[in-house]
Structures are given as C-alpha cells and as structure tokens.
Write a protein that binds this ligand. Structure first.
Ligand SMILES: [Fe+2]
Length: 323
C-alpha cells in the first residue's frame, strides 16, 4: 500500500457552507481546500452546481458523503453510487469519504449516522462493501469514525480495532475525526489516546476537527462552536503519529461569519505545524517519528445513569451497563 493511498497533503481546509458563499466568492480567503457534502450536489444542474463550479475555479474540493449507508441491511444503492461517481468526475476530488455507520433500513432514511456493532460479521461485511465501492468509484475511498451515544452488547472488539480491521481488510483510507474520538470516549468511558494510538496512521487520508456540546451526562456532536482544548491535544498527538495530513474544520450549527471559521482553521495550522516540527525534531535526534504512548484520557461524565434498555446502553461508561 502507498502511504495514505497516494492521497497528498492538501493542508488546512473548511467545510463549504451556503452562508459563506458570498464571502468566499468575493474575497477568495486563504484556505487550502474546501470540503463539500456530496449529496448536496448529486444533481444534474442548477444553482448548487454553479456555486460548486465557482469554488472549483479557485480551490481544491474534496467530497464527503452522509448517505451511503454502508452498514445498512440492504445492498448498496447502485443508483446512488452512479450519481456519486458522476460528481467525482465533476469535482476531480482526490478522495471520497463517508461514515462507519448505518442510516436507514426498509426504504426509510433516518438522517442520522447510527453506530455499528463491532463484530467479526460486521467487519467482514463493511470491508467487502468498502472495497467494492472504492473499485467502482475509481478514486481512493475513506471511512470516518463516527461519534455515538450507545454501544451494543454484541460488540466483540473495540471501536478502534473495528475501524482498523475494516480499512486494512478493504485496503481503503481512514477519515479520522478527532472530535468524534473525544465525544465517544466521553460517552462510553474509553481512553481517547488508546484509540488514537491503535489505528493505522499511514491510512489516514484526512482529519476532521469540530466543536461539540457537553450536556454533562454526555456530549452531543453538534459541530457547533470552537474545537475543545482536549481535542486540540488529541489532534497534536495524531499529527505527531501520522505526519502531515490534510485537516478540515467542520462547523455546521450556529455557523459564524467566515473570518471566525478561518481563525479556527489557522489555529489548526499552528497546532499542526508545531506537531510536525516536534516529529521532525525527534527524527533528527535519531528517535522514532511516532511518540510512544505516555498520555491517557478517559473523560469523566457527570450525572450518569444506566439505561434499562434491552441490548444497549446510553450516555455513560460501559461499566455502568446493567443489561
Ligand atoms: Fe467528521
């Protein structure tokens, strides 16, 4: 395997969102790349594609999807894949990503990224489908670790073991969302640094950063507000482990003026530059490029109560489970 499946480092980007079109097209701010939600542009014409074209005139654009439903019970929707591939050709995206999740069944779309059980059967199924999708799209394909609010008693391995095994078996990329690691570590009581050290760093093709909302008993992945301090720490560690990787700031709720988002992206650039310098310094001194794991972070939720639901536990560490 070529490192990062041959995906080059694009630098620092942000999600392209409608409220920012005017500012972006008028001012052409100094951002390295934009990410678009594929489903918003899988159409045959009209204003959205005109706006996409204007972005493509001046910036690299990468595609990120939310409706593939790779873990759903039905076969992958071939018509969806065909339209996705048409957009791939239009944007010339260097890679395409979606999520480790299921989001619908029986013809219903649930408009959420629901977690998968981390079982051998799910690993085999998702890996087979991911490989098929990458072959069909003829561009590197990456899957993103999601944030979650429940776990399944059926799970046999940790989330990071699941993620690692799928991407290795399918020979696809990892879209690594550092905020999602923190959110899920808080919600389920695992060690965020164990997750970050436990994945195949050479397969990370892109990193996501975002803000979240802490409601005490659990964290909701709102993509609102600034990136939290412990998430910056986890990002720094990820870059020290992986080296320079394209990094994108997502901000989807209470979207601020573009300069606020740009400042958050610039903070990511500063953190990334320092992490790369620390990595280079370690190598210059004859050490390993990757730091050994010395840190630990098992966030402690407040006010956790165990669910009496059948087969799942919500909002707290696994050891609180009674089912
Ligand atoms: Fe993300």
């Amino acid at each position: 395997m070529t490192a990062r499946l041959g995906c080059e480092d694009l630098g620092i980007g942000v999600g392209l969102r409608v409220p920012h079109y005017g500012y972006v097209f008028e001012n052409r701010p100094p951002i390295d790349f934009f990410e678009v939600i594929s489903e918003n542009f899988m159409i045959s014409g009209g204003k959205p594609l005109d706006n996409l074209g204007r972005a493509l005139d001046h910036y690299p654009v990468v595609q990120h999807g939310v409706s593939l439903n790779i873990g759903g019970p039905e076969p992958i929707d071939r018509e969806y894949l065909t339209r996705l591939k048409q957009l791939v050709r239009r944007t010339n995206t260097p890679w395409v990503s979606d999520h480790f999740c299921w989001c619908g069944a029986g013809g219903a779309h649930l408009h959420d990224l629901l977690p998968l059980p981390y079982t051998e059967a799910a690993i085999a199924r998702v890996a087979e489908r991911a490989k098929m999708i990458q072959d069909f799209l003829e561009v590197p394909f990456a899957l993103e670790n999601t944030s979650s609010y429940l776990t399944y008693n059926a799970s046999q391995v940790s989330e990071w073991q699941f993620v690692s095994e799928v991407v290795e078996r399918a020979d696809v990329g990892l879209m690594f969302d550092v905020n999602n690691v923190f959110v899920s570590a808080y919600n389920h009581g695992f060690d965020a640094y164990e997750f970050i050290h436990g994945i195949p760093h050479e397969r990370i093709v892109q990193i996501h950063l975002a803000g979240h909302t802490n409601v005490g008993t659990h964290i909701i992945d709102t993509h609102s507000g600034s990136v939290a301090d412990p998430v910056w720490d986890l990002y720094r560690e990820t870059i020290e482990l992986a080296g320079p990787v394209s990094t994108l700031v997502e901000w989807d709720d209470e979207i601020p003026d573009f300069p606020v988002l740009l400042a958050e992206a610039e903070r990511a650039r500063t953190v990334r530059d320092r992490a790369i310098a620390a990595r280079d310094e370690r190598v210059a001194q004859g050490g390993s490029p990757a730091p050994t794991r010395t840190k630990s972070l098992v966030p402690e939720p407040t006010g956790v109560t165990a669910s009496d639901g059948a087969g799942w536990v919500q909002g707290g560490p696994r050891e609180h489970a009674t089912v």
